[in-house]
Ligand binder design. Structure first.
Ligand code: FAD
Length: 333
């Protein structure tokens, strides 16, 4: 199969396994490949990644290009980006997808600048029409008030995609594909990082995980400060609910990204989602769209969340919490 001008996916590997996002990207690449009859190629870089390359084929790649070795043991954006550039030079892909993760964004930015390529960040949709390999990327703009359709003139067409945008990609272990060693010459390119030790940090312990809680309390910027957020977290624990937050609380360093709900966080599907001090931006809304019932408390009657919440309370969240707690506990009794 011709691998030039194909659809490349830069995959990430954790503990020898492709990440969930990489699997999702391969699924989308497969779908695009069907509309333009191109091959899907996974690019896998790391110290020991042959097994992950095999997984990529099961998830839809026709081939995997592998850059493997001790020099890739620790992610170094200069070294990795240079390897990606050389692979792009060798295969001249039509499309090059990356995850919207910290490391892949870093690579995407460097490659875009070095090769003067357009890059569309955080896309939520992508389509090709009539056998043409030009991708129309869709991404939210103006904090989600509009969706922009974007085409880039340069090749490869670079884009980053967050987790949970393109779902449902099942592995087919019977798929066959070639695993090829990347044609690299990285002599003289030295990474700036050295691993001197490694300690795995366990995720923050939560009473209930966002994945399986029947009730989730979401805290937004309306909590005011970290102490306000902790009051909401304690409320969630008292009513036996999971606890999640909007992105600004993570950006402020009040809580880890594990707790973020939204397109660049977790997608949740509880029976009841209680949104406290959350405006209802599209990026958050997309993370809670599968909640059966959304209850919103916001002191602004015009807050966008009231347009899609099933029940709304216009008022101060700190005043509403005791009343909500009393009511929920009465129902639970
Ligand atoms: C590429 C990209 C990805 C993003 N991904 C995500 C994501 O995954 N998840 C996410 O959440 N966001 C995400 N965002 C950010 C998103 O656009 C919004 O900025 C964010 O969701 C807003 O968070 P918020 O509602 O907490 O804050 P705000 O928009 O500031 O809203 C705070 C709300 O609290 C209300 N309020 C204030 N005080 C009180 C009070 N005492 N009682 C009751 N109400 C009160 C206010 O009226 C206001 O409506 C992303 C943005 C971009 C550009």
């Amino acid at each position: 199969m011709e691998l030039k001008q194909s659809i490349f996916v830069y995959t990430e590997v954790e503990e020898g396994t492709l990440t969930k996002l990489s699997v999702e990207l391969l699924g989308k690449a497969r779908e695009l490949a069907q509309s333009c009859s191109k091959a899907v190629v996974a690019l896998v870089i790391g110290e020991h990644v042959r097994e992950a390359a095999g997984q990529a084929i099961g998830y839809g790649a026709d081939a995997a290009v592998v850059a493997e070795g001790p020099q890739f043991a620790v992610f170094d954006s200069i070294l990795y980006a240079r390897a990606v550039q050389q692979v792009i030079a060798a295969y001249t892909p039509s499309v090059f997808l990356l995850g919207a993760t910290k490391d892949s964004r870093d690579i995407g930015g460097r490659v875009s600048a070095a090769l003067q390529l357009g890059l569309v960040a955080d896309v939520t949709g992508a389509e090709m029409k009539d056998g043409d390999d030009t991708v129309t990327w869709i991404r939210p703009a103006y904090t989600g008030k509009v969706f922009a359709a974007i085409r880039t003139k340069t090749r490869p067409q670079l884009a980053t995609v967050g987790e949970g945008i393109f779902l449902h990609n099942a592995s087919d272990p019977s798929r066959k594909g070639e695993i090829i060693t990347a044609p690299l010459s990285l002599d003289g390119v030295t990474g700036k990082r050295r691993r001197t030790g490694f300690t795995a940090v366990a995720p923050e312990k939560m009473a209930l995980s966002l994945e399986n809680a029947e009730i989730i309390v979401g805290a937004g910027k309306g909590v005011g400060d970290k102490a306000g957020m902790e009051q909401v977290q304690a409320f969630a624990e008292r009513i036996g609910a999971g606890f999640g937050v909007t992105k600004p609380l993570v950006d402020d360093g009040w809580i880890s990204h594990d707790s973020q709900i939204g397109i660049t966080g977790k997608k949740v599907a509880p029976k009841i989602y209680i949104a406290l001090g959350i405006s209802g931006a599209l990026q958050h809304k997309l993370g809670i769209k599968d909640a059966k019932i959304i209850v919103a408390v916001n002191k602004d009657p015009d807050a966008p969340i009231f347009k899609f919440a099933h029940f709304g309370i216009v008022g101060d969240l700190f005043e509403a919490m005791p009343a909500l707690e009393k009511r929920i506990k009465a129902l639970q009794a």
